[in-house]
Write a protein that binds this ligand. Sequence first.
Ligand code: PRT
Ligand code: ZN
Length: 225
Amino acid sequence: MLDRTRLRIAMQKSGRLSDESRELFARCGIKINLQEQRLIAFAENMPIDILRVRDDDIPGLVMDGVVDLGIIGENVLEEELLSRRAQGEDPRYITLRRLDFGGCRLSIAMPLDAEYQGPQSLQNSRIATSYPHLLKRYLDEQKVRFKSCLLNGSVEVAPRAGLSDAICDLVSTGATLEANGLREVDVIYRSKATLIQRDGEMSDEKQQLINKMLTRMQGVIQARE
Ligand code: PRT
Ligand code: ZN
């Protein structure tokens, strides 16, 4: 049985955020043994348990109050927020700190030969994406009607495969778009990793621990700037 008095933090098990999340804990003085392929890792020197999961599960774990804190890309967090709101929920969480890693942008891209003169060029087109709610929010604001094609991977091959006219996907260097004959035409969201806390009561002990972590993080992040 898990000890609810220990602070529970969710991080990505393996992927683009996991090394830097782990490094951040280390720099905050939290000693964790992550060697084993376990779901849960226990800090040796503080009452903290680390839950290692798919990044997509982290916003929900925090919003449902299953974990106390989570480190997550704002893109995934915002998409989950919009998705839950669309289902009539009122999800709550607190942003503690925007972090200095995981930077990327969610962009619309089109085949090199396609014409683009602003969002209106996307009128009635089909767009492949893993972020249907962020895309809809943006194109609704632009009064553009579109059809989405939900893909959770290989989004960049959709136009070539005849599945869509355009894509809306994460970009960092732009190499993936270039390799697939696509051109970035519009940035709809800029993201970084962020540290979030569940809504609701927190025991004094947990709150003190969170405050201590935040103070240390402040020092670490300032030192890197
Ligand atoms: O297994 P799990 O579900 O946990 O991981 P995942 O495969 O869903 O996520 P992962 O590890 O790829 O990304 C985690 C988070 O890192 C994302 O949600 C973003 O917040 C952040 N991030 C930063 C990125 C990128 N940069 C990025 N470049 N996530 C994905 N990409 C992909 C993008 O989807 C595209 O395929 O990299 C490719 C583009 O990169 P460039 O450099 O070619 O432009
Ligand atoms: Zn994921």
